[in-house]
Design a protein around this ligand. Structure first.
Ligand code: NDP
Length: 312
C-alpha cells in the first residue's frame, strides 16, 4: 500500500482540526478515531468558552460538527486504535488493532489525556459500584443521593455543579485550602447551597458492603489539628487531572517527567522528523478545547511544510 502523506492519531479537537487543515491542503489525511471518537468533550456537558458559540454548545454536538467538517474536506476517518508505532522506519509505520499496518510520511499525534485516579485499592473495588471519573456519564444514577467529587480545578467544579442538579448533596473534597479553578467556577460552586466544600481534606479509603457507602477522610493531615472522619456517600467522582495518552509510543518519543510529549521550540515538531503532536497529549498547561484545536491547526501546517520541503 502506498504511504499516505499524513496520518492523524486521535479524534478530539486537536485531531479533527489537524484533519480539516490537512485535507484542505490536499494531504488526503487518514485519521484514526480510537476508542473514544470525539475525545473527552463527548463526556462533558455544556461548552461555554469555545469561540463562535455565544449561547454555548454541548460537547458531543461540538465534536460532531468538527468531525463533519473534517469529512467534508475529504479526511478518511477510520475506527481503530493504534497499538504500535515504528518511527525508525521511513516512511513511518503505524500498526492499528495489532494487525493492520499503515505507512505515512508524517504522523500527527493527538491522542489526548485520560482521567487520573487516586490510586486507592478501594477505587478498583467500587469501580462501577459508586466510583466514577465521569459525572456526565454516571451522574444520572445518583439522583436524590449524596455524592463526593475530588479535586479543586475546573473539572472538579464543573462535575460538582453538574451533580448538584441531580444529587441531594455534593461534597467537594479539596486537598488544599483553596480552589484552583477559574474565579467564575469557584463562585458558582461556593454559591450552590447543596455543595459543601471540604478544604484541606484527603481521602484515606472508601467503604461499603457491596456498593459504596462512604469515604474516610483526613483533614489537616500531619498537623496538630489532624482529624479523621467519615462521610456517608453513594457516589465518589474523581476530577484530579489527567494523564497523557503516550504509552503506545514507547521510548521513541521524547516525553517530559509526566509523560507529555515534548515539542521543539515554538512548533508542533517532536524529536522525531515527520512526527508532530497537538492537543492535551503535548500540553500539560492549557488543556482547553480551543487551545487543542489551535495546536491541531499548527501541526497540520507544520506537516504540510515538512512534506513540501522534502518534495513528498
Ligand atoms: P487541574 O490540574 O487544573 O486540577 C486538578 C485538581 O486535582 C487540583 O485541584 C489538584 O489539587 C487536584 N489533585 C490532583 N491530584 C490529587 C490527589 N492525588 N488528591 C487530591 N487532589 C488532587 O485539572 P482539571 O482537570 O480540573 O483541569 C485541567 C485543565 O482543563 C485546566 O487548565 C482547566 O482550566 C481546564 N478545564 C477547563 C474547563 C472550563 O473552562 N470549562 C472545564 C474543565 C477543565 P491542587 O490544586 O492541590 O494541585
Amino acid at each position: 500500500m502506498e504511504a499516505s502523506k499524513c496520518l492523524i492519531i486521535g479524534a478530539g479537537p486537536a485531531g479533527y482540526t489537524a484533519a480539516i487543515y490537512a485535507s484542505r491542503a490536499n494531504l488526503s489525511p487518514i485519521l484514526f478515531e480510537g476508542t473514544q471518537p470525539g475525545g473527552q468533550l463527548t463526556i462533558t456537558t455544556e461548552v461555554e468558552n469555545f469561540p463562535g458559540y455565544p449561547d454555548g454548545v454541548s460537547g458531543p454536538v461540538l465534536m460532531e460538527d468538527l468531525r463533519r467538517q473534517a469529512l467534508k474536506f475529504g479526511t478518511d476517518i477510520k475506527s481503530g486504535s493504534v497499538t504500535e508505532v515504528d518511527f525508525t522506519k521511513r516512511p513511518l509505520e503505524v500498526t492499528v488493532n495489532s494487525s493492520e499496518k499503515y505507512q505515512a510520511h508524517t504522523v500527527i499525534i493527538a491522542t489526548g489525556a485520560s482521567a487520573r485516579f487516586l490510586g486507592l485499592p478501594d477505587e478498583q473495588k467500587f469501580m462501577g459500584l459508586g466510583v466514577s471519573a465521569c459525572a456526565t456519564c454516571d451522574g444520572f444514577f445518583y439522583r436524590g443521593k449524596t455524592v463526593a467529587v475530588v479535586g479543586g480545578g475546573d473539572s472538579a467544579c464543573e462535575e460538582a455543579l453538574y451533580l448538584s442538579n441531580l444529587a441531594k448533596k455534593v461534597y467537594l473534597i479539596v486537598r488544599k485550602p483553596a480552589l484552583r479553578a477559574s474565579k467564575v467556577m469557584q463562585q458558582r460552586v461556593l454559591k450552590k447551597e447543596n455543595i459543601t466544600v471540604l478544604f484541606n481534606c484527603n481521602t484515606l479509603g472508601l467503604f461499603g458492603d457491596e456498593v459504596l457507602e462512604g469515604a474516610k477522610l483526613v483533614e489537616n493531615k500531619d498537623t496538630e489539628n489532624e482529624q479523621i472522619f467519615d462521610i456517608a456517600i453513594d457516589g465518589f467522582f474523581l476530577a484530579i487531572g489527567h494523564t497523557p495518552n503516550t504509552k503506545v509510543f514507547g521510548s521513541s518519543l521524547e516525553l517530559d517527567a509526566d509523560g507529555y510529549i515534548v515539542l521543539k521550540g515554538n512548533t508542533s515538531a517532536t524529536n522525531i522528523d515527520g512526527v508532530f503532536a497537538a492537543g492535551d497529549v503535548a500540553d500539560p498547561h492549557y488543556q482547553q478545547a480551543i487551545s487543542a484545536a489551535g495546536m491541531g491547526c499548527r501541526a497540520a501546517l507544520d506537516a504540510e511544510a515538512y512534506l513540501m520541503e522534502r518534495g513528498l
